[in-house]
Design a protein around this ligand. Structure first.
Ligand SMILES: [Zn+2]
Length: 509
C-alpha cells in the first residue's frame, strides 16, 4: 500500500512535470536583425554619392555605444547587426553603391536563418540612380526572404519622403519629432521598444499613411514653432490612444524631385483590426495640417545676401549669424559656393567669419605654402559650377586645424581682408560651437558669422543673439516656387496655390 502510494505519487509528479514541460512557455528573447541605409538625396546636385561618402558600420561596430542596441540587449533580445551605411545629405546615390549595400544586407539576412524581427535605421529620403523608389525596392526584397510574419520596424528623419509602397512593407514606422533634430537616438530607441512590444505580445502592427500635397523646406517646418508645434504635440496623444503604438509627421525633403516628395502622416496600429481607425486619425491630422498650410513659414528673418550683410553691420553690439541657405550643406548642397565671400569682401566688412568653403585642392596649396604665408588662391566654385564660380583671393594663412584629432586632412583658416575664411578639406557643416572651437575660433568674437545651412542647428541657435537666413541661389534653394520641378506630383502646394485637397476623399494615396 505504502509502496503503491509512492509509485502513484511518482507517476503524478512525473506526469505533472511532463505536462508543465509541454505547456508552451511564452517566448521572451527574440532574434532581431538590424540594418540601415541612411541617406538624404538631393536630386538637383549634378554628381552621384558613392560608397566612399558613407560611414559604413558592420557587426558590433554598428551597435557599439548605441542606445537602441543597448535597449535590445537589456530586454534579452539576440541582436544580429548587419550593414549600417550612414551618409550626410548629398547627391543621388549611385546604382552600384545602393545595390552593394542592399545585397550585403539581403545576404546577411539569408545567412541569419530564421529571425523574429528586423530594425531598419533609415533617413527616408534615399533616392538611387535608375530606381523610381529604391526604398520600396529595399523593403520588397527583404520581404521576399522573410515573408509577411516577421515584424519590421524602421526609424526615420522627419525629412524623409515616404511612399505607400515603402510603408506597405513595414509594420512600424517612427520619425523624429524635432527639427532642428535633437531626438535621433530617442526615436531609434522608441522604434525598437515598439518592435519588442509587438514581438512579446504577438502583434503584427500596421501603419496607416496619408501623403499630403505640401512641399516645404525644413526651414518652414520647425517643430517648436506653430502651427507644427501643436501638431507634433498631438502625435503624443494619438500614440496613447487605444490600439495605436505611435504617430509621425514627415515634413519631407523638397530637394528630391520625385513624385513621393512632400509631407506625410503615419499612425501605427497595433494590428490589422485597428488599421481603419488609425487611417481615420491620420486623415484627420493631415486635413488639419492642410488647413494650416499657409502658416508654415520661415521662423527667422530672410533677406538677399546684400540686405543680410547690411542689416548685420547696422546691428549694435551683437553677433549676427547669416545662413547661406542656397548652399546648405546639410540639405546636400555643394558647400563651395563663393557668392557670400564675394559679397562680404565687396561690403568691406571688417570682422566676419565664413565657415566654410569646401575646397580640398586649395587646402593642399595652403599646406604646401605654410602658416603665415601670403597666398593667392582660386577658391570654391569647383563642385557647384552651376550656381557658383571660383573666386580669386589673396590671403594670409593663419593656421591649419583638424576637425577631429585623428582627422587625416587638415582644414585651413585664412584671413582675406576683414574675413576669416575656413577652407574645408571635406564636405561638412558647422552646426555647433564645438566645430568653431576645433579651429580655435569663438563665433561670438565676430560681428558676422556665416554658415552654410538653412535653419541654424540647435547648438548655434542656442548661442546666436540674432540670425538672418540669406536666400541665396544654389542646390538648396529655399523658394520652392523658383525651382524647376519635373517629377513632383501636381497639383502640390505652394506650386499650385489655388488647389483644393482633402484626405477624406481618398482611401490610399
Ligand atoms: Zn532632417
Amino acid at each position: 500500500m505504502w509502496i503503491r502510494s509512492i509509485t502513484k505519487m511518482t507517476i503524478i509528479a512525473v506526469a505533472l512535470f511532463v505536462c508543465l514541460s509541454c505547456t508552451p512557455e511564452k517566448k521572451t528573447g527574440f532574434r532581431i536583425l538590424t540594418a540601415g541605409i541612411r541617406h538624404e538625396s538631393n536630386t538637383f546636385i549634378p554628381y552621384l554619392t558613392t560608397a566612399a561618402d558613407f560611414t559604413i558600420l558592420r557587426g558590433s561596430d554598428a551597435t557599439q555605444g548605441r542606445a537602441w542596441a543597448k535597449f535590445l540587449v537589456n530586454e534579452g533580445m539576440e541582436v544580429i547587426p548587419t550593414l549600417h551605411a550612414i551618409g550626410s545629405a548629398s547627391g543621388v546615390v549611385s546604382k552600384d553603391t545602393y545595390e552593394a549595400f542592399r545585397d550585403e544586407i539581403l545576404e546577411a539576412l539569408r545567412a541569419a536563418g530564421s529571425v523574429d524581427g528586423i530594425f531598419l535605421d533609415m533617413h527616408g529620403a534615399l533616392h538611387v540612380e535608375g530606381y523610381p523608389d529604391a526604398q520600396a525596392d529595399f523593403i520588397q526584397q527583404i520581404r521576399k526572404i522573410t515573408g509577411e510574419d516577421v515584424v519590421i520596424a524602421a526609424s526615420f528623419d522627419l525629412h524623409g519622403n515616404i511612399s505607400r509602397e515603402f510603408i506597405d512593407g513595414l509594420n512600424i514606422v517612427s520619425a523624429y519629432r524635432t527639427a532642428p533634430h535633437v531626438d535621433g537616438e530617442g526615436t531609434r530607441v522608441r522604434t525598437v521598444r515598439m518592435l519588442v512590444e509587438a514581438l512579446r505580445n504577438d502583434l503584427l502592427p500596421r501603419t496607416a499613411h496619408v501623403s499630403l500635397p505640401i512641399l516645404i523646406p525644413g526651414e518652414k517646418g520647425i517643430t517648436s514653432v506653430e502651427p507644427l508645434k501643436s501638431f507634433y504635440k498631438r502625435l503624443h496623444e494619438i500614440s496613447r490612444m487605444e490600439g495605436f503604438m505611435d504617430a509621425s509627421i514627415f515634413v519631407g525633403m523638397p530637394w528630391t524631385d520625385v513624385n513621393r516628395a512632400g509631407m506625410s502622416v503615419q499612425v501605427v496600429a497595433q494590428d490589422d483590426r485597428h488599421l481603419p481607425v488609425a487611417q481615420g486619425q491620420a486623415e484627420a491630422l493631415a486635413n488639419a495640417i492642410w488647413r494650416e498650410r499657409a502658416r508654415l513659414k520661415f521662423d527667422v528673418p530672410t533677406a538677399s545676401i546684400d540686405e543680410a550683410i547690411k542689416t548685420a553691420l547696422e546691428a549694435q553690439d551683437s553677433t549676427v549669424f547669416i545662413t547661406d541657405s542656397g548652399d546648405n550643406v546639410t540639405a546636400g548642397a555643394a558647400g563651395d559656393g563663393t557668392l557670400v565671400l564675394e559679397r562680404l569682401l565687396a561690403h568691406n566688412v571688417s570682422n566676419a567669419i565664413l565657415a566654410g568653403i569646401v575646397d580640398p585642392e586649395a587646402v593642399k596649396q595652403c599646406v604646401a605654402a605654410g602658416i603665415g604665408a601670403k597666398v593667392n588662391l582660386s577658391v570654391g566654385g569647383k563642385i557647384d559650377n552651376v550656381f557658383s564660380k571660383p573666386l580669386t583671393i589673396t590671403c594670409t594663412e593663419l593656421r591649419l586645424t583638424k576637425e577631429q584629432p585623428d582627422s587625416k586632412q587638415p582644414d585651413a583658416v585664412l584671413q582675406v581682408d576683414g574675413v576669416t575664411l575656413v577652407l574645408l578639406s571635406r564636405h561638412r557643416a558647422f552646426t555647433e560651437p564645438a566645430h568653431f572651437h576645433a579651429m580655435e575660433s569663438d563665433p561670438l568674437d565676430y560681428k558676422i558669422v556665416v554658415v552654410k545651412e538653412g535653419y541654424l542647428f540647435q547648438g548655434l541657435r542656442d548661442i546666436a543673439p540674432r540670425a538672418i537666413m540669406a536666400l541665396t541661389p544654389g542646390f538648396a534653394n529655399q523658394l520652392m516656387e523658383n525651382i524647376e520641378y519635373k517629377h513632383v506630383r501636381r497639383p502640390i502646394f505652394p506650386l499650385d496655390p489655388n488647389m483644393t485637397w482633402s484626405a477624406g476623399n481618398i482611401m490610399h494615396n
